[in-house]
Ligand binder design. Structure first.
Ligand SMILES: [Zn+2]
Length: 866
């Protein structure tokens, strides 16, 4: 049975992790599935305290380039920053604005009061400031390293404004049906409005904390600095680990310290035991993403003496007291189970170390520095009456490549004023020139303060090959002067690139998406194409392939596209074709008795000739037909070389006649198995292509030579053929060639007959071919691989009339008889008994199950009678 994504629990995975940076590039999930407790739904297993390391591993799985970079970074360090002084500390208290997104049903919304949220924030300030009374719990051996009494200078405030600069209390409540099963299967659902969660507030200005249903799988998850999508930065805390209200919090985790732990990761701390199951890994090693610590704050991953935490073997659970030791911390002061980065219960947590505080502050100073200058902790000025703005340009997306000559801008207009906004002008400045044809647009509608609406604007010409700057701004809200003209404008710069010339190739060897290619995840979910290097190589012995892991994602019918650049079809003729060649490997998944119903995966190829406005499906296969290597209930990795199959769908002028196309390779997830894609190669089908499509003569058996060999040929190219050669080679002899002055339009066929021949008795081999088509363009036949067909045929001998054969002799077939068995499978044999005799001939159809060869038993013993 299949392991379901939502049952993959964080704790077990952490036990398996040795060093995230040293993981081989495998995306296999652990086979073990941790049983979910159903008897105590509000109690969290201590191993499930934190999903951060698993989340990081999943990020690397989906971003092998990031993993490779992290691997390189292990031996690199950021330069020391002299402005920070020798210990890298910020020199003043920094207060970070926090937004709490409370994502849950109505019951949760009433359970989690604003007071609970404030209590959580205040607790964070107490714990980070080292003013927590239970700080004394640290064994006396740890007092010298305790970040105590204001040593750490990071503090938190409730955001006083939202990302739109409207007044806020820093609490966003989203009534949602997202449940633990969904969230545990994909912990980013809670971070996006589109998936039932809450979009982050600008993560460069706010610390985002999402509170949601994650029991019983985990208490919290965080993003390490320099990893993960920008709009998912922050932390997740489950209700069972949030604040201190006994109505919903697990009593073991009721001091608000899940957030303290996860924030430690957010500021660049590892787990206290180094995330391995032994004494070999340092919790002060280099960070895994683009945020590089200096050598004073990070050591080699195996330098366990670096830093001011003891070397510790594994996580501590429950709540011990006094000094405890383990295989790595063998003597006093023993394990530092009091550290917020261990797995102890909240009552046992009480400290960060000074060097942990130094690391956190360095990360704030250098890798999350925009938070230092955020105005999120101060309330915005009072709103004006009439104040509109363009809050975002949805299309074109800033910084993207554009292959088309025009764009249709889509913007969001928002009312920041206290008056209801009913009209405004939307202006566009293109490369410094105001209001091209169609602008300004007179918008009308009705938006109360904070409300917004999307507006599709007139087409804008961006044909010139250059960067185009689109400045879009509002004027005259409600027909009056805008009270705040500083917030009216949004800007998007896009680069118009020349369409790619054929051939367009992508073997994924350097990156998943070379220049102009894109990887689209329109569902914005946990499944998307990624690049992977399977053991034994990808198709054709290359290293990398593109992968869609349908095995591990149980939300069916989601789509993910790899899209080519815009491809120029200028200069192609009406009868030309494009070949879209690619290599595919896939196994079907046949559900077991305990599996849910699945629809199976499919792969589709779609073409657009209007820059994505409409798409036409030109090729599609779904399970089980999609499978190239049968079915498997195991994760399909790696594919064998023999599993790969090459497909070559073609498209004609009806699709590429508009001058440009884009091709999308679409994975449709049906919770089946892994789909591998490699060696995309889009070429023009050669214009000159005569093909031999069938052998009319000789037959498999020729009884009465002479006979005239004959073939059917076809013009498979895009140009009219006025003449061509055909010929044959009999038994390896000299070729016979004839010229055929026959006109063939593209796609037309004809039959060509050669002069009669008299091959010798017995087996003969004849190669029949077409060659040298004459067309308007010069050069040879572009596809010689389809020119020739070969047939082995038998010419029977003469014998005497009145043939009598009872198969009694030891020789079989008897002299002068032949057995014809083209597929070398079952055939006639001599056996015993015969009809009133000792022997007979028989074919064992009974034991031959391979229906591929259904026609075998029709073969007969042959005799030619003269
Ligand atoms: Zn953790």
């Amino acid at each position: 049975m299949k392991n379901f994504t939502y049952l993959l629990l964080a704790g077990l995975f952490i036990l398996m992790l040795t060093d995230v940076n040293a993981q081989s590039e495998r995306f296999l999930h652990p086979n073990g599935v941790k049983p979910v407790s159903v008897s105590q739904p509000n109690r969290i297993s201590p191993e499930n305290r934190c999903g951060t390391m698993q989340s990081l591993e999943e990020y690397f799985r989906a971003n092998p380039d990031a993993r490779a970079m992290a691997e390189r970074n292990k031996t690199l360090f950021a330069p020391e920053n002299p402005s920070n002084g020798q210990n890298q500390r910020v020199q003043t208290v920094i207060t970070v604005p926090v937004v709490f997104h409370i994502v849950g049903n109505a019951t949760r919304q009433s359970q989690v009061t604003d007071a609970d949220i404030l209590w959580q924030l205040n607790k964070l300030n107490e714990d980070y400031g080292g003013s927590n009374a239970d700080s004394t719990n640290a064994a006396y051996g740890f007092y010298p390293v305790r970040a105590y009494n204001g040593y750490c200078q990071i503090r938190y405030c409730m955001a006083q404004r939202n990302a739109l600069d409207l007044p806020s209390n820093g609490i966003e409540r989203v009534v949602s049906t997202l449940n633990g099963t969904q969230n545990c299967g994909n912990n980013s659902l809670v971070k996006h409005t589109a998936s039932g969660g809450a979009d982050s507030w600008d993560p460069s200005r706010f610390l985002n904390i999402w509170v949601g249903e994650f029991g019983p799988c985990l208490l919290g998850v965080a993003t390490f600095p320099g990893t993960g999508p920008a709009d998912e930065q922050g932390l997740i805390v489950s209700y069972e680990g949030f604040s201190n209200n006994p109505a919903y919090v697990d009593p073991s985790f009721a001091l608000g310290r899940t957030a303290a732990h996860e924030l430690g990761h957010y500021w660049g701390l590892y787990h206290i035991w180094g995330d391995e199951g032994g004494c070999s890994t340092s919790d002060f090693r280099q960070l895994p993403g683009t945020c590089l610590l200096p050598a004073s704050l990070a050591g080699a991953s195996n330098d366990v003496a670096f830093g001011d935490t003891p070397n510790q073997a594994a996580q501590t659970t429950n709540c011990p007291s006094g000094m405890t030791t383990d295989a790595c911390a063998t003597s006093a002061p023993g394990k530092m189970y009091q550290n917020y980065m261990d797995y102890t219960e909240d009552a046992c947590y009480s400290m960060f170390t000074k060097m942990q505080a130094d690391r956190m502050q360095w990360v704030l100073d250098n890798c999350r520095a925009s938070l230092k200058t955020s105005n999120g902790c101060t309330a915005p000025p009072p709103a004006a009456g009439n104040d509109a703005r363009i809050s975002v340009i949805i299309n074109p997306v800033n910084g993207t490549n554009i292959g088309c000559t025009t764009v249709t801008p889509v913007v969001t207009i928002q009312n920041l004023g206290t008056n209801t906004l009913t009209s405004a002008k939307i202006n566009l400045m293109l490369n410094g020139t105001p209001n091209p044809t169609g602008y300004p647009v007179s918008w009308t509608g009705s938006l109360t303060q904070g409300q917004s609406a999307n507006v599709t604007l007139p087409v804008v010409n961006v044909a010139a090959i250059q960067t185009h700057v689109l400045k879009i701004y509002t004027t005259l809200p409600n027909g009056l002067t805008d009270a705040n003209s500083t917030n009216d404008t949004a800007t998007s710069s896009v680069i118009r690139i020349a369409p790619s010339a054929l051939p367009v190739v992508n073997g994924f060897e350097s990156t998943l998406t070379p220049v102009g290619w894109s990887n689209l995840n329109p569902n914005n979910d946990g499944l998307s194409w990624f690049r992977f290097n399977p053991t034994g190589g990808a198709a054709g012995g290359s290293v990398w392939a593109a992968v869609a892991d349908n095995y591990d994602f149980n939300v069916q019918n989601t789509v993910d596209d790899i899209v080519t650049p815009v491809i120029s079809t200028t200069g192609l003729l009406a009868n030309d074709s494009l070949l879209i060649q690619f290599d595919l490997a896939h196994k079907n998944y046949v559900p077991g008795p305990f599996d849910p119903p699945i629809q199976g995966d499919s792969l589709k190829i779609l073409v657009t000739n209007n820059c994505g406005a409409t798409w036409t499906t030109i090729w599609a296969k779904g399970d089980p037909d999609l499978a190239t290597a049968g079915s498997s209930q195991a994760l399909y990795n790696p594919p064998a070389q023999s599993d790969w199959r090459t497909f070559k769908p073609a498209i004609g002028n009806n699709l590429f006649g508009a001058g440009q196309i884009q091709v999308a390779f679409r994975n449709v997830n049906g919770f089946g198995n892994v789909t591998w894609l490699d060696n995309i190669n889009i070429v023009m089908k050669p214009r000159k292509d005569m093909q031999t499509t069938a052998i009319v003569r000789p037959n498999n058996t020729e009884c009465a030579p002479p006979f005239a060999p004959s073939i059917t040929v076809r013009n498979g190219g895009g140009e009219a053929v006025s003449a061509f050669k055909t010929g044959y080679i009999l038994n390896g002899g000299a070729p016979f060639i004839q010229v055929n002055n026959i006109a063939l339009a593209p796609g037309a066929s004809t039959t060509v007959t050669f002069p009669a021949i008299t091959p010798p008795v017995g087996n003969n081999t004849i190669k029949l071919f077409v060659a040298d088509p004459i067309t308007p363009s010069t050069g040879p036949d572009g596809t010689p691989s389809n020119d020739t067909l070969t047939r082995t045929f038998f010419v029977a001998s003469s014998t005497v009339p009145n043939v009598v054969e009872g198969f009694e002799g030891a020789t079989f077939p008897p002299n002068g008889w032949f057995r014809i068995n083209p597929d070398n499978a079952i055939t006639w044999q001599r056996t015993t008994p015969g009809k009133t005799s000792s022997f007979s001939a028989f074919v064992n159809n009974y034991d031959y199950a391979t229906n591929v060869y259904l026609f075998d038993y029709q073969l007969i013993l042959l005799v030619q009678i003269h």
